[in-house]
Write a protein that binds this ligand. Sequence first.
Ligand SMILES: C[S@@+](CC[C@H](N)C(=O)[O-])C[C@H]1O[C@@H](n2cnc3c(N)ncnc32)[C@H](O)[C@@H]1O
Length: 344
Amino acid sequence: MPSQARTTLLYNPLEPRISYEVPFPNPVIGKRTFIDLFAGIGGIRLPFSELGYRCVFSSEWDKNAQRTYYANFGEIPYGDITKEITKQHIPAHFDLLLAGFPCQAFSIMGKMKGFADTRGTLFFDVATIIDRHRPEVILLENVKQLTTHDHGNTFAKILNTLGELGYHTKWEILNALDFGLPQKRERVIIVAFKNKSHSDAFNFNFDKRGYELASILEDDTNVDSTLFASEHILKKRQQLTTGKTIFYPSVWHENKAGNISILDHACALRTGASYNYLLINGIRRPSSRELLRFQGFPDKYKITVSHSEIRRQTGNSVAVPMIREIANRIDRILDSNQSKDCQS
Ligand SMILES: C[S@@+](CC[C@H](N)C(=O)[O-])C[C@H]1O[C@@H](n2cnc3c(N)ncnc32)[C@H](O)[C@@H]1O
């Protein structure tokens, strides 16, 4: 059984004057163990935490993401995972490897012939860790373009490499909109199991859930005044929306050509998008809390960095409810196998 989650009060070396109650403490003894690579702000970790799994290693080199991660999980991730000295901190045994590796990792992979040839890419580092530690389950998340990059060669290389390492893979492109979030965010998920019967038992057929933009919006009166668009932008918006059907609540998106679309959901949150590309009801940018809600982070998730950092961090992160469904399914499969082991 997982140990009871404890409230942990932490002295924060990054912000020594503040001590935090950690909303998602790591259980001392976990139901299962995992490592969290390219951890960002822990969107993949969170549902596994909720299941009582213990994180035994995390890696994220961005200082501000580390800050957010620390405030919420009580742990500062190790840095650059490509460095052998970082990899040396990974314990010999853990059950699951989680990684939402960055997309630049696959830019040159398609032309390579085997696992060893992926050297120099971040996927090679993931594969090296898998080869050394052989976890039961691997969960990888990436942009959907990974599946079509270099005419599909790059994706085939990743699947082949996992196969070479003895894993049985399933993959699917999933959309946050189908998991109750008002955000169109399509991502490819790969789930690989060491045990073939586990992989056979796994599928990506999840019941679609509806979403409601209103449920994640804050009252305008609680939103920082700096997030409201200027008179100049509002006037421009009015001109650009002439003749369009306007409804509320809505998210207004302006593309590079200056065309506006008015939708009942956001397009995928991005890290480096121009400042005004997405406006709530055409009048203001989303607040930090709303950005986290667009990704399905619960409200007890702490915000300890600036709004611009939260924009970057949420743009990089994942749809938590999507990962939650996958985590629950993996958990049930591993549980059922355990009970079969007990019977035999
Ligand atoms: C796509 S984001 C993953 C976000 C994460 N899934 C989340 O929920 O926030 C990839 C992350 O990998 C980190 N990263 C990139 N290269 C790294 C490296 N060599 N070592 C450690 N972290 C790295 C980036 O800073 C970024 O936060």
